[in-house]
Design a protein around this ligand. Sequence first.
Ligand code: SAM
Ligand code: DTB
Ligand code: SF4
Length: 329
Amino acid sequence: MADASALPAEIRHDWSVAEVEQLFALPFNDLMFRAQTVHRAHFPANQVQLSTLLSIKTGGCPEDCAYCPQAARYDTGVEAQKLMQVETVIAEAKRAKEAGASRYCMGAAWREPKDRDLDAICDMVQGVKALGLETCMTLGMLTEPQAQRLKQAGLDYYNHNIDTSPEYYGEIITTRTYQERLDTLAHVRDAGMKVCCGGIVGMGESARDRAGMLVTLANLPHHPESVPINMLVQVHGTPLDGTNALDPIEFVRTIAVARIMMPKSMVRLSAGREEMSDELQALCFLAGANSIFCGPKLLTTPNPGRDHDSQLFDRLGIEPMPLETHAHG
Ligand code: SAM
Ligand code: DTB
Ligand code: SF4
């Protein structure tokens, strides 16, 4: 019998929210089968890419993102620090490479970078790249010239998340608009960098919002090469602390639908792994997640240690994805 779900998925940019809600509503086994089929058509079935995060400028952020421990206005115990020294960043990146990471992601708690900070930022990019790692930065909003400077310095990826659906966005952030986020993504793309863009679930959003978030991502002119799906890490002092937890099965469904909608993108099982069981993470890999953050810390909150992750990979027969496999395009 011909089964459309067995065909490699086409790359589409015309998804409707209603259609995506139907994908979410499929029987779980059917959804997982479709996601696995798409995954296997485009990627090695048992490889997961490893990125390591470093907060190069922590805390004191002027924005009001309701999930974020680094916003100055919430009392979360995160102390504001200055931009890290270039040498310290490079030394940390070296350790991450030795621990098996293929990409190094550097994050700053800024609304946007100041031009005077960009010299040091570009030195970090060059130094980390020289170690043979892919580089990624997440620094907030970028102007066109700033994006071009980062590209010239050799930056491979820029991370800027849309966070949630256009409809729910105003409940989470008021200090910048959804459109400003889309503008930054366009500047990154136009400068010729690869885009890392995803969002957070478990913020009290509806099922329709989760579908709407994925529709925004998949209907961008190009699918982001990397799509981080974060489970909210609840931090004491942030407005979202105490939000009802999302059903873990719904989280797995979100990964599976992202995989089906963006067949060639790396889908990252991002924040929230520290609170997930090994079995839940295994389901996320089965649903098509093929990237994680490794190392004991995300930006400010804990992440599973290297030993735990290697044991999990051994139990699942998963291997770290070599750089050559994902550095195409
Ligand atoms: N300040 C820059 C910005 O917001 O674009 C870059 C750093 S910011 C911390 C990067 C992303 O981390 C956010 O867009 C959000 O998606 C994610 N994030 C922050 N706090 C989180 C939390 N508590 N749980 C899950 N994801 C979180
Ligand atoms: C992304 O989507 N998630 C990462 C990375 N991109 C920058 C950040 C997660 C942060 C979780 C909260 C913290 O550790 O401060
Ligand atoms: Fe600032 Fe980024 Fe946190 Fe928002 S997510 S408060 S912009 S560090």
